[in-house]
Design a protein around this ligand. Structure first.
Ligand code: SAH
Length: 401
């Protein structure tokens, strides 16, 4: 076993069980590990710290598997972690057939993402460590009951940083269909695991989709009519369909992608939602919001779930301005008593900054708003408390007074 010795003082984060070893923290190696090989991380005074996967090309030079010296990182260890991850999500299948069953660092399998859609697993191997165990991981997953196949969507840009090439292919079993149908909280969605964003679907927004569905239902009970809602950056219609399922009278959905909108319309048809209630608009959201305001439009609910505006800390200022812009113009369209659901999936923008940006938009809009809930990813995307970097999706529910 090769030792990776840290510089003096660099053991501190590992003693707090933070799982990443940066290249700048490494003093020396006792040999030349292969990419993904397990190494023993030691402090400058040679104390055991962790077992970790070595990554020769990444600034994240090693990612820890375990902080327990008595553990052996082998196939059985990996199998045990996978079983533990699956067991923690088993209850979710009562509600949905789209679940993130393995979420990297949170499941002690750094860099591995596995989503289940119906009878298929979709994998993303985003680090050299899990890549080295790829075949074992595939075999273990394939042993799960009722699994017809595994599709690998290892095309995330992060792979290049790990010295790995992109790969998109059927890894085990049957080829998945063009669109896998999943049912979440009573709503049907088609998922394109080959070309869709992430592994095909924004599984992480499950709780907020359910909130949207509930808000639409509650609105109808209270007002005796269905709500009029605007869903910006609708992608394949996640929030739109939830709103229609809840009884919204009219849902306007905006996205710049013709393909996404076409799939969203197909998803509406899957649920038998009639066309008059759903409007699919191909437009730039920044422009659409301005035009809607000029036209004097109002909505009982506005949803803003944009793509990641800040891909790193260097883009925070520009991203904050973009969030402010859409939130200011989005707020202006909310009818009195109506709600805004606003999100950011930029890891570089933390909860506090996001809340400040939204507060700035509220001030500029001259509206009075309550924050009635903080929103985030579902329990299948947990945050490992020792690795705060895992937090990325955050949202606020505001009620306009
Ligand atoms: N809310 C979606 C996920 C949003 S993904 C869901 O819950 O499923 C981001 C979406 O924003 C993508 O579909 C992309 O096509 C769209 N998009 C990106 N920039 C845009 C812009 N300026 N105007 C409109 N849509 C945009």
């Amino acid at each position: 076993m090769i030792d990776l010795i840290l510089k003096k003082g660099k053991e501190r984060s590992l003693l707090r069980r933070h799982p990443w070893v940066y290249d700048t923290a490494v003093q020396k190696l006792s040999g030349k590990p292969a990419n993904g090989e397990t190494v023993c991380v030691r402090s400058a005074d040679k104390r055991f710290l962790a077992w970790a996967a070595y990554s020769e090309a990444s600034t994240l030079r090693a990612r820890c598997w375990s902080f327990d010296e008595n553990e052996m990182i082998n196939r059985d260890w990996i199998a045990a972690k996978i079983e533990k991850a699956l067991a923690a999500r088993a209850h979710l299948f009562e509600r949905t057939s789209a679940v993130r069953v393995i979420f990297g660092e949170a499941d002690q399998l750094p860099g591995l993402v596995v989503d289940r859609y119906g009878d298929w697993f979709v994998t993303q191997f985003q680090a050299a460590g899990v890549e080295a165990w790829r075949e074992d991981i595939a075999d273990i997953l394939m042993q799960q009951p009722d699994i017809r196949g595994i599709f690998d969507r290892s095309d995330a840009a992060t792979r290049h940083r790990e010295g790995l090439t992109e790969r998109v292919e059927t890894l085990r079993g049957q080829e998945p269909p063009q669109e896998i149908e999943v049912i979440e909280d009573g709503v049907r969605y088609g998922v394109d695991v080959r070309k869709g964003h992430k592994t095909g679907f924004y599984i992480d927004q499950r709780e907020s989709r359910l909130l949207a569905q509930r808000l639409a239902a509650e609105f109808k009970r209270r007002h005796g009519r269905g709500m009029r809602a605007l869903n910006c950056f609708c992608y394949t219609g996640g929030f739109s369909l939830a709103l229609l399922a809840g009884g919204a009278a009219e849902v306007v959905s905006v996205d710049s992608s013709e393909e996404a909108l076409a799939m969203a319309a197909r998803n509406a048809a899957r649920n038998g939602f009639n066309d008059e209630r759903a409007q699919w608009v191909q437009a730039d959201v920044f422009e659409y919001l301005r035009r809607a305001r000029e036209a004097g439009e109002t909505f009982d609910l506005v949803i803003l779930d944009p793509p990641k505006f800040a891909s790193s800390h260097r883009h925070i200022d520009r991203a904050a301005r973009a969030y402010k812009d859409i939130n200011l113009n989005g707020l202006r369209l909310v009818a009195p008593g109506g709600d805004l659901l606003t999100f950011s999936c930029s890891g570089a923008i933390d909860v506090d900054l996001f809340q400040k940006v939204i507060a700035g938009a509220v001030i500029d809009s001259k509206r009075e708003a309550w924050m009635v809930a903080r929103l985030g990813a579902g329990c299948d995307h947990p945050l490992m408390m020792t690795c705060p970097e895992g937090e990325y999706l955050k949202g606020l529910q505001l009620t306009l007074r």
